[in-house]
Design a protein around this ligand. Structure first.
Ligand SMILES: Cc1cc2nc3c(=O)[nH]c(=O)nc-3n(C[C@H](O)[C@H](O)[C@H](O)COP(=O)(O)O)c2cc1C
Length: 202
């Protein structure tokens, strides 16, 4: 089984990426194949709202001039999709929202391609705005017929300079427990004995 994490920060190896890596490492230790997409290294244009994705037999977005399709295929291959964003003026980054708008629209216009995938958001900020951004990203999961487990807290953390998030022990613990719950849930839902065995007992 595959778990993909998508980092919406424009900073490579920043706090969001560190937090997502904690999540992926935990899932890898439970037997998942893991994949990390850094939007900092990709170009994803915003949705043009043309609606063509709902009319094409190949179920593709009409904008083939960027990296969207390659990332979307990797999302479709995964059973677990975790997205992470830093808070930018109280919101998720435009890089993240461009991807989620297009992925969500292509999915919904083609019979809900993301249906029943597991996942959830993780969010980092220097000081404030995590809850709003977490909710913003959660809305994407919920309208796309996806399944989001909880954790010991909301999946948020504090950090400003690169690496600072590693000092937020509760943030790291929350994301680790979130990953354990994803693994546990995947083991139950997909009945794959290779995964979910390392998760703490419920
Ligand atoms: C344009 C911009 C806007 C930001 N807005 C906020 C904000 O609203 N609230 C906050 O607490 N931190 C804000 N920050 C700080 C980042 O969320 C913080 O540095 C975070 O750790 C960056 O994550 P990264 O290392 O993954 O890029 C902002 C940073 C930038 C560059």
């Amino acid at each position: 089984m595959k778990a993909i994490a998508i980092c919406g920060s424009p900073r490579v190896k920043g706090n969001t990426e560190s937090l997502l890596q904690v999540c992926l490492d935990r899932l890898a230790s439970e037997g998942f194949d893991t994949d990390l997409v850094r939007l900092a290294e990709k170009r994803v244009n915003p949705c043009r709202g043309c609606g063509t994705c709902g009319k094409r037999l190949d179920r593709r977005c009409s904008d083939d001039s960027d990296d969207f399709h390659e990332i979307f295929v990797r999302m479709l291959e995964a059973e677990i999709i975790v997205v992470g964003s830093p808070v930018y003026f109280g919101s998720a980054t435009p890089q993240m929202m461009a991807l989620l708008d297009r992925a969500g629209y292509v999915s919904r216009k083609n019979g809900n391609l993301l249906s029943r995938k597991l996942g959830g958001p993780v969010v980092v900020a220097r000081r404030a705005g995590q809850n709003f951004t977490y909710a913003q990203l959660l809305f994407w999961y919920m309208i796309n017929d996806m399944i989001v487990p909880g954790s010991s807290y909301w999946n948020i953390a504090f950090g400003a300079a690169r690496g600072e998030v590693s000092e937020d022990r509760e943030g790291l613990e929350t994301v680790t427990r979130f990953a354990e719950n994803l693994g546990w849930l995947a083991g139950k839902l997909f009945a794959d004995s290779r995964v979910g065995e390392g998760a703490s007992q419920d």
